[in-house]
Design a protein around this ligand. Structure first.
Ligand code: GAR
Length: 202
């Protein structure tokens, strides 16, 4: 393959990680990949506005509009194929994808998770809940992980990981913001560039 890896970013919410990728592309940090498409499973996701502001095409695929998980996933696959996508980035995408989906894109789906995997990950650990669990446990160090996605939730090979200190008096919201600022928003663009570079060389 030559030129740039075509990237789709899958989102559900605010899209600050999507924004970090858009900014990284603007700054030339992401240079071997190009964000071609943003797919949301939530019509009200602010991430869609971020994509539109950046001139990136969007697709909204709502699970309730499909008969079952397989039909929902097929709709995602169809839009990815229409855009010739090489790399799928889950950036705050709050839906579980089945093995049927993940096995169709081996080492071509990556996810950002707001903890140091294997801590505070897997089923039920997403968004603020991850930080609530970390504070409940009393860990002094947490962080973020970018990993390949396989059939095990948060179980794929780790690409990059960064530690962030927990501070006295942290609330889940305060800790979430620190983990995003110090880890996720840097780690995700760096990992996407790493994987894009590999894809381009193939
Ligand atoms: C981020 O903290 C991301 O790591 C987390 O949701 C947040 C989405 O924020 N993802 C998960 O918990 C996945 N298991 P964003 O929409 O502002 O990027």
């Amino acid at each position: 393959m030559s030129n740039k890896a075509k990237i789709a970013v899958l989102v559900s919410g605010g899209g600050t990680n999507l924004q970090a990728l858009i900014d990284a592309q603007g700054q030339g940090i992401l240079k071997n990949g190009s964000i071609e498409l943003v797919v949301s499973n939530n019509a009200n996701a602010y991430a869609l506005t971020r994509a539109q502001n950046a001139g990136i095409q969007t697709a909204c695929i709502l699970k309730r509009e499909y008969a079952d998980q397989a039909a929902f996933e097929q709709a995602i696959k169809d839009v990815l194929a229409q855009h010739g996508i090489d790399l799928i980035v889950l950036a705050g995408f709050m839906a579980i994808l089945s093995e049927d989906f993940t096995s169709a894109y081996p080492k071509r789906i990556i996810n950002v998770h707001p903890s140091l995997i294997p801590s505070f990950c897997g089923k039920g650990f997403y968004g603020l809940r991850v930080h609530e669990a970390a504070l409940e446990k009393g860990v002094k160090v947490t962080g973020a992980t970018v990993h390949f996605v396989n059939e095990i939730p948060d179980g794929g090979e780790i690409i990059l990981q960064k530690a962030v200190e927990v501070q006295e008096g942290d609330t889940p919201e305060v800790l979430q913001k620190r983990v995003m600022e110090q880890a996720e928003w840097k780690l995700l663009p760096a990992a996407v560039e790493l994987v894009s570079k590999k894809i381009v060389k193939e």
